[in-house]
Ligand binder design. Sequence first.
Ligand SMILES: [Zn+2]
Length: 201
Amino acid sequence: MQFTDLLLESTNETLLGNRMLGEIVQATGSRELWSERSTSDPDVTVIHYSSAILRYPEAPFSLEHILSIFCEYGVSSHFLIDRTGMVYRLVPIEKKAWHCGGSIMPEPDNRQAVNDFSIGIELMATARSGFTTRQYEALAQLCIENERIVGHTMQYVGHDIIAGERAVTLGLRTDVKTDPGSLFQWNLFYGMLSSRRSAAS
Ligand SMILES: [Zn+2]
């Protein structure tokens, strides 16, 4: 797995275009784009996609643009996987990233505020692009590594599952999330997870 540390904190001196990432974070008024969890044991992973297509239709998968938009809106995720399968770690998994806001787990779980007990993974994609094979491979490998770190298997949900119509009806949020959507191949992902789990055991 190709892996790059790119923590969303004000001291990060990594150059993105002609600005340091830390400067972009500082412009939010925060020292970092995460907070403390009330649980030390995340047991859910939320799959998302994001891109910069609304503002930069010519460069939807620009890392610089996507992270700038995260900072501008005060959102974050633990990991971002680009189209080539490069995994960027944006937030330490022991911290709470801000990736799913108003949310509720499916029945019968029904826990709310899923950020508190989840790991968020963003795949670079648009509503129509679908996902690359390298993204699925990197995602599966990353999830197996996260399971190894937390010491147990995780439950996997899409942002659309926990922040869809039900969350709106319950007054937890005003908009319906549609990512990762119908183009995300859950069966392919679960197949990759189980073959990697059996290879690791
Ligand atoms: Zn999302």
